[in-house]
Design a protein around this ligand. Structure first.
Ligand SMILES: Nc1ncnc2c1ncn2[C@@H]1O[C@H](COP(=O)(O)OP(=O)(O)OP(=O)(O)O)[C@@H](O)[C@H]1O
Ligand SMILES: [Mg+2]
Length: 392
């Protein structure tokens, strides 16, 4: 939160501007800018972020009430109040309906204006904090529910995958013997006259092809079952109930499991290159770090239209572990990059992103006494660098 309250006064009476300026000057946490026309107000607001706007109704170039409505649309966070000589209840009600927090009629008590402005800002800050902490709770609950679901699925899938795996191994062995037997039988049969009919049938039923194919089918199924087993293991790691707790872990393994979980989002968008250096075991929450990597990987995939690349490196530098994740996606402007760690900041359309991914990531890295940095070039891509001190 910024320490200063930035206020803009829009009033064509320099006298009023000066009075207001004087009374806010005594407050050491406010900064005041005075402009005399609506046009100058719009210009100033484009150049600087203000917390509060005090608007006169009778401006030389515009109606202050229309300005209020425009500003409210353009800057929903800006707190506006009217300062006016027009002491009409109707006009006051209208201004309040348009979202003004106050309606001060001249001659007004300056202390009251100062008091109300500070109150409005305080209220807004409290509401903001409340929203952020609520969202955090929701996010944590969401993770806990996903964790439970994942644990449940992992548990349910574990058993059948286990017997599929073991049956496939047995099947492979049996099939090897069966093939050996059929080959021997075939050799024996060739010496009898009855072999003509058998040979015909063998062709018709494509037995030679089947014998070759069955081996491939079993091998493929074994690969598939192996993959399911790995995914189940990753889900278990991800959903570990003691997730808030820390353990000794190899960050390369955490990365590998995060990649497996994010794979669905990545596989059609990009190739993934890894250059994983040898890392010491370090005390960390592997579940939380996995979440950080997943959030960054998924963002990377979202930034790539198609045929992109994600490069991952890990290395140890003195007493730190350095992880970089780069994508060849759309990149972002300096303005966007400056905000990505703010909760709720998203450029994705409503319903597509909550804008919490990177703020949660930043918090998790902070809890590991680490740092997370972003370097991005619009049109070329983005690199996230995570630096975590080794704790043995
Ligand atoms: N790799 C990236 N390339 C380009 N822009 C990115 C990248 N990572 C993050 N951003 C920008 O940062 C914003 C915030 O990211 P964040 O992960 O916090 O939220 P989100 O992805 O919009 O939503 P969600 O909460 O679902 O993750 C994104 O909307 C996007 O504009
Ligand atoms: Mg995201």
């Amino acid at each position: 939160m910024r320490e200063f309250i930035d206020i803009i006064v829009v009033d064509d009476s320099r006298e009023i501007c000066r009075l207001i300026q004087d009374s806010f000057e005594r407050e050491n946490n406010t900064r005041l800018t005075a402009v005399y026309t609506a046009a100058d107000a719009i210009k100033a607001l484009k150049e600087q972020k203000f917390d509060v706007a005090l608007l006169d109704i009778n401006l030389p170039d515009y109606d202050g009430r229309d300005l209020l409505r425009d500003l409210h649309k353009e800057y929903p966070d800006l707190l506006c109040a009217m300062i006016t000589g027009e002491d009409s209840p109707r006009s006051a009600v209208k201004a309040l309906q348009e979202g003004a927090f106050g309606y001060f009629t001249k001659p007004f008590v300056l202390e009251e204006v100062v008091h109300d402005v500070k109150n409005a800002v305080e209220k807004r800050n409290l509401i903001r904090q409340l929203k952020v902490s609520r969202a955090r709770v929701i996010q944590q609950e969401k993770m806990a529910i996903i964790g439970q679901l994942a644990a449940g699925v992992a548990h349910e899938v574990n058993n059948p995958v286990g017997f599929i795996n073991s049956n496939l191994t047995t099947l492979k062995k049996y099939f090897g013997r069966l093939r050996e037997f059929v080959t021997a039988q075939d050799a024996a049969l060739q010496q009898h006259s009855s072999s003509d009919t058998v040979n015909e049938l063998r062709k018709k039923l494509k037995i030679d092809y089947i014998l070759a194919d069955i081996a491939d089918l079993i091998d493929e199924s074994q690969d598939g079952a192996e993959r399911i087993k790995k995914i189940v293991e990753d889900l278990k790691l991800f959903s570990r109930q003691d997730s808030g707790q820390t353990e000794m872990a190899d960050i390369n393994e955490v990365m590998a499991s995060a990649l497996n979980i994010a794979w669905n989002e990545l596989k059609y968008k990009c190739t993934v290159n890894k250059e994983l250096g040898k890392l010491p075991l370090t005390i960390c929450s592997s579940q939380k770090l996995s979440q950080v990597f997943i959030n960054i990987l998924v963002n990377g995939a979202h930034a790539i239209a198609k045929n992109g690349e994600i490069n991952i490196t890990t290395a140890q530098r003195q007493n730190e572990i350095i992880v970089t994740i780069s994508d060849s996606g759309c990149g972002m402007s300096k303005e966007v990059a400056a905000k990505i760690f703010d909760p709720f900041f998203t450029t994705k359309e409503a319903g597509k992103g909550t804008g919490l991914g990177m703020s949660v990531a930043a918090e998790i890295i902070k809890a590991h006494s680490g740092r997370i940095e972003v370097d991005s070039t619009p049109g070329r891509g983005t690199t996230f660098t995570i630096i975590i001190p080794v704790r043995e």
